[in-house]
Structure formats: structure tokens, C-alpha cells
Design a protein around this ligand. Structure first.
Ligand code: UD1
Length: 322
């Protein structure tokens, strides 16, 4: 199978590319390198510098005998999406429509799409299964939900089969060190913990210690990017075997609190993480955990790299020598 990985030079995309190559797929990466980096490219994969906002570039790439796509390109900062919804509408909606329209023109019928736990909004019960009502609290989450709705229509009207993967909190780095690029200006917890550990930032601010959780800090379901990568490979094989379109959670169902992440990091790296408690961040639910049974049933997928030790040590390997 020849797969076009759009956004394949990014943090999650590069781990997806590694997983597809491991399953002997032919891979072409298309990326505009806005947040992705050439450091994340694999020599076994072809590379095209291109943008999802450029219809002709997508179409030309799809016409190189592509059998399916993985679409990861897009904007992903929840806070920024509330301040600059235009940027998110353009990249996460217009960009996706461009890709879908080009797929119709090039007669490519298989798509794996990066979705997010942000589609659910404030949980009504936990762990979140795929039937939980969707009510995004951020414009970012809204763009992911709308894309899933476009996908359903393009399936019904044009026969594009898709698997939409709702990631919970993506963390970790390739354990073999094959992904070399570090994310610039990280917004997420674990990279910020690492930057505090190496002195790149003065201290971590823990947003809220008065949540109704076991230690007062927020609980999240952290999933290693190596596990995300294998889910994409399995999803492509599933569609190649004639599978119907699916929406699937990718998580572990195990929640870890912010303080547990900090304490475990201190234990593993043998250094203190300077931190202070700060007010709650707007829009943060106290707890988010996934029920991922459906991904197991449909794809035979399970998280096997997502214990905290592996998550933290694979991330530390990237930061310790900075
Ligand atoms: C959010 C989205 C998720 C998206 C991800 C991408 C929601 C509900 N979730 O995850 O879908 O894929 O962003 O960026 O919108 N924290 C601190 N201090 C910090 C940074 C984070 O205490 O400096 C805490 C947060 O309050 C949160 C936890 O750490 O409780 C994880 O935060 P973060 O890594 O930003 O991810 P989410 O907000 O959970």
C-alpha cells in the first residue's frame, strides 16, 4: 500500500510514518514544515513540501498511485483556537475539505484522520466511550468534530472510507531515537515539565490544585505516540480489508494526575522539578479518560508502550542532553 501522510514531518506524524514503514507500507510525506521539521523525515519515505491549503499540490501528490492517506496536518493549540478561530477554520476545515475534494478527483478512497478527545467537551461520565455526547468546549475541538461530520458525508456520497482516531493526550518519543525533532514552544504538560527539569524554564505552573480528584490536580489519559503510530497502521490495514468507516478513541483508560506526572518524572530522572500552583486554566475538565475497547474490537489495537516509565524516559532521552 502506498500511503500519503499529510503532516508526516510533525510530532505525531513522524511516529505514524515509522509505524507504517515497519508494516512495509510505501510512504510519501507531504508537509509544509510550519511546525514539522526535516529532522523528523525518514530516508525510506518520499518527501513533498506542500500545503493542505494548496489544492493542486494535494492532487498532484495523490495522483502518484496513492492508495490511502493519513491526515494529521492542522493546528492543535486549544487556547490559540479561542483567540484566533479564523486560523483554525482555515487550516482545520478548509484544509480538510481541500484534501477530501482532491481525494474524490484522484479516486483515493481510504483516509485516516487525526481527531481528538476535545470533541467530547465536559464529561458526563467516565471513561468516555465513543457514544458519549459531543459538545466541544473549544474551537479546536469544534473543528475536529465538524471534520468527522464531513467525513461521514463524503463516505455516504462519494464512498470515501475513513477511520477517525480520537487521541487522548499524546506524549512520549520514539524509544529507538529515530525521531529527532523536538517540538518548538511546547504547550503541553510533559514537555513543559522537561523544560523545567533542564532549566530552560524557571518553573512549571500547575493549573489548579482544587479539583475534585485524588490530589486536587487534573487527571488525563496519556497515550504514547508509538501506540498512536501502530493504531494508524492497523486502521489502514482494516480499511484495505474492506472495513466500514469508524470513529475510535485512542487512550489507555488509566488516568494520571498532573502531580503524579511530576512526581514520577522526578523519580525517573533523579532531579527535582521546580513548580508552583497557579489558578485553574479556563476550559480544563477535572478528569478525562478513554474507554478504548472499540479500537481493540475493530482493529485489535491496544496500548502497549504507554506506561508512565516508558512515556517519561522516552521523553527525557530527548531533553536530557539539550
Ligand atoms: C488538550 C486537548 C486535547 C488536545 C491537546 C493538544 C481538551 C480537553 N484537550 O489537552 O484534545 O489534543 O490539548 O494540545 O481540550 N497543565 C499544567 N501546566 C501546564 C500545562 C498543562 O498544569 O503548564 C495541565 C493542564 O491543566 C491539564 C494537563 O496538564 O490538566 C494536560 O494539559 P495539556 O498537555 O495542555 O493537554 P490537555 O489540555 O489535556
Amino acid at each position: 500500500m502506498h500511503i500519503l501522510v499529510i503532516g508526516g514531518a510533525g510530532y505525531i506524524g513522524s511516529h505514524v510514518v515509522k509505524a507504517l514503514l515497519k508494516r512495509n507500507m510505501e510512504v510519501t510525506v507531504l508537509d509544509n514544515l510550519s511546525t514539522g521539521t526535516k529532522l523528523n523525515l525518514f530516508p525510506q519515505a518520499n518527501f513533498i513540501e506542500g500545503d493542505i491549503l494548496n489544492y493542486d499540490q494535494i492532487l498532484t501528490a495523490l495522483k502518484q498511485n496513492v492508495d490511502g492517506i493519513v491526515l494529521l496536518a492542522g493546528k492543535k493549540a486549544v487556547g490559540e483556537s479561542m483567540e484566533n478561530p479564523m486560523k483554525y477554520a482555515l487550516n482545520n476545515i478548509n484544509g480538510v475539505i481541500n484534501v477530501l475534494n482532491a481525494m474524490v478527483e484522484a479516486n483515493v478512497k481510504k483516509a485516516i484522520f487525526s481527531s481528538s478527545a476535545a470533541v467530547y467537551g465536559m464529561p458526563q461520565y467516565l471513561p468516555l466511550d465513543e457514544e458519549h455526547p459531543v459538545n466541544p468546549m473549544s474551537f479546536y475541538g469544534f473543528t475536529k468534530l465538524e471534520t468527522e461530520r464531513f467525513l461521514k458525508w463524503y463516505d455516504q456520497l462519494k464512498g470515501i472510507k475513513f477511520v477517525s482516531l480520537r487521541y487522548f493526550n499524546a506524549v512520549g518519543y520514539d524509544e529507538a531515537g529515530d525521531v529527532k525533532g523536538l517540538e518548538e514552544n511546547p504547550q503541553n504538560l510533559l514537555p513543559i515539565v522537561m523544560e523545567a527539569a533542564i532549566g530552560k524554564r524557571e518553573k512549571l505552573k500547575i493549573f489548579g490544585n482544587d479539583y475534585p480528584t485524588r490530589d486536587g490536580t487534573c487527571i488525563r489519559d496519556y497515550i504514547h505516540v508509538t501506540d498512536l503510530g501502530s493504531a494508524h497502521a492497523l486502521a489502514l490495514e482494516y480499511l484495505d480489508n474492506g472495513g466500514e468507516s469508524q470513529i475510535l478513541n485512542l487512550g489507555t483508560s488509566i488516568g494520571s494526575s498532573v502531580l503524579e506526572m511530576v512526581n514520577k518524572t522526578e523519580e525517573i530522572i533523579g532531579k527535582k522539578i521546580p513548580y508552583e500552583f497557579a489558578p485553574r486554566r479556563a476550559g480544563d475538565p477535572a478528569e478525562l479518560t478513554a474507554k478504548a475497547d472499540k479500537a481493540k474490537e475493530v482493529l485489535g489495537w491496544e496500548a502497549t508502550h504507554s506506561d508512565l516509565e516508558n512515556i517519561i524516559s522516552s521523553t527525557w532521552n530527548m531533553y536530557k542532553n539539550l
